[in-house]
Ligand binder design. Sequence first.
Ligand SMILES: C[S@@+](CC[C@H](N)C(=O)[O-])C[C@H]1O[C@@H](n2cnc3c(N)ncnc32)[C@H](O)[C@@H]1O
Length: 379
Amino acid sequence: MLCKHFGVCGGCAIQDVPYEEQLGLKRDLVHKQAYKHKVDLPEFEVEPSPRVFFYRNKVELTFSRGEGGEVFLGFHQRGQNRRVIDLQECLLFSERLPELLDVLRDFAREHSLIPYDKYSHKGFLRYVVVKRTRKEEYLLALVTSSQGQVLGEELARRFSDLDWVDTLYWVVHDGWGDAVGYDRVVHLRGAGYLVEEILGMRFVVGLRGFFQVNPWSTEILYAWVKDYVSNNVQGKVLDLYAGSGGIGLVLAKAGFEVLGIEMDDGAVGEAKQNLLLNGIKGYSMLKGNVRALLGLNPNWRGQFDCVIIDPPRSGMPPKVRYRVAKLGARDLVYISCNPLTFMADLKDLLSVYELVDFKAVDMFPHTPHVEVVAFLRRR
Ligand SMILES: C[S@@+](CC[C@H](N)C(=O)[O-])C[C@H]1O[C@@H](n2cnc3c(N)ncnc32)[C@H](O)[C@@H]1O
């Protein structure tokens, strides 16, 4: 199976490599970083993703104008920030995507809606965000500028045959940056969010919160962390970069008292929904920047037995590494989707902690990325 856009689309770079070999490439990448930073890793293999195609639960598509003025909708071309490919299929996301694309293109054409131009800031149609669960329920948001009007009822009518599209939004965003934003959100139909099940718990997949992109591999990652913490930790857990609760809520459900730190409004809102959905006690969340909150709370020193750290691709800033070490927790679990920043951070933490275990799981088949996790014990 090879996507018809492979080679042109910026979405996946190694789809032409047999899957077993992809796992080997990812392991080599991790080894290379470990060697570079002189980190001794135990023997490991990259755990395969239980699903190799159609595993992603989220895509963000961009509107653009073709040479003849036609409406293009898709991902950016590889290495070409100005060009968007007119997507026909995506083997990473969903077999149902083409149906959604047809509806959206027809809607744009019949209402003569003009794609937004990110250089002149003129035009209307900007992005489409689509999310889905493993039960094949969908949430779709059409993101436009304010230079026009979406006929909400008409858009909802277009999707009436696709009853698996539970939730529809129209989002208005006028920011000049090339990223989805949420100046105004109009809820057109459905519950407003989807629910994904992971390890028997229910998690909101909403318009704005954070959820790992591959629920199949997420289940593996969360189980590893839950097992390690359950077998090694007694007492309180601090969950830094907590997203919409995710791993912290799994630990709270297992009986731990957990404090999550997260700065994104949407993710914090969904974490609250997740608490209610799962009837969880013993979990609280502080909204704010990890670095600032660690600095503002010196009384946290000695309070936590375990710290979970799951930062964005950029890793932990040096001040965060320093402040985490100062917390004095016996155990650390450091999760990362970027072995490059991970290994540099790990090297630093190893002056105070020793590596007890290391694991890797493929969260992103057909791309060069890999999810890694280190389990550390204070020396
Ligand atoms: C990889 S995700 C965390 C996923 C989460 N642990 C889970 O299990 O789903 C990283 C999160 O860090 C948040 N974040 C990024 N920089 C931050 C900062 N400086 N302070 C607090 N949160 C931050 C992002 O909004 C994002 O939700």
